[in-house]
Design a protein around this ligand. Structure first.
Ligand code: VGL
Ligand code: ZN
Length: 239
């Protein structure tokens, strides 16, 4: 009786050990034909040496290059401002970069002049290696309106067309990477949710500006809107 009890316990322990292993194994997410990788603003302006450098912004490039191989569908975005853009501090008397102004559509953080149309500063990072990317969305090209989001300008009513493009192509899941986590990545991810896409941000494929706690605030808002926070290791890389 005693021996039988012991054996049963051992069997239970052994069987039990398999369960935690299953629970702790990372659930792999496999991009399919209805998934798109959006690579936000991986441009010279946002990396070391650029006009609005994000700390270690260039470190996303190898991570994104590797991830992109797992996606049939890739869209790139480019911040693409006019000279004298409304988001530039230099466009106002007495305003400095990183201060805030109130524009017709609401509060606007003022930035150094950055990503001006046609400049080398606004070009995509030269080490970005995604020849199969299908579309480049430029944004922020109306002089009076900023556009952090790749879907909708900061007036919250002018669409860029990306939502319609993705829907017409049958896309259901959106994976967002790039720069900066707390501005263009966050706004793009939240608008992807608003447009009805299942939305992921791949955290280690982003870097943040983190202005006055903006990074923590952005994650809180993204999570509240149902954006899923994952790491590049969660993506299945098998062909
Ligand atoms: C961005 C600030 C100004 C971004 C663009 O790409 O996150 N941030 N323009
Ligand atoms: Zn900008």
């Amino acid at each position: 009786m005693q021996r039988r009890f012991l054996m049963t316990s051992a069997a239970a322990l052994f069987a039990g050990s398999a369960l935690p292993l299953r629970v702790f194994a990372a659930a792999t997410i496999k991009p399919d034909a209805k998934s798109v990788l959006i690579v936000v603003d991986v441009q010279n302006c946002f990396v070391t040496g650029g006009t609005l450098p994000v700390t270690k912004g260039e470190d996303v490039v190898p991570v994104i290059n590797k991830l992109a191989k797992a996606f049939d569908n890739v869209v790139l975005t480019q911040d693409w401002h006019t000279k004298g853009h409304a988001s530039f501090a230099s466009s106002y008397g007495g305003k400095k970069p990183f201060e805030t102004a109130t524009l017709a559509y609401g509060a606007q953080v003022l930035w150094p002049d950055h990503c001006v149309q046609g400049t080398q500063d606004a070009a995509l990072h030269q080490d970005l290696d995604i020849p199969h990317a299908q579309m480049i969305v430029r944004k922020g090209y109306h002089r009076g309106v900023d556009s952090y989001s790749a879907f909708e300008e900061a007036d919250r009513k002018t669409p860029t067309g990306l939502g319609g493009y993705l829907k017409q192509r049958g896309i259901k899941r959106v994976f967002v990477t790039g720069l900066a986590t707390d501005f263009c990545v966050a706004w793009t991810a939240m608008d992807a949710r608003k447009a009805g896409f299942e939305t992921y941000v791949i955290e280690d494929a982003t870097r943040a500006i983190d202005l006055n706690g903006s990074l923590a605030a952005a994650w809180k808002q993204m999570t509240a809107k149902g954006v899923k926070r994952i790491q590049s290791g969660d993506i299945g890389m098998a062909a």
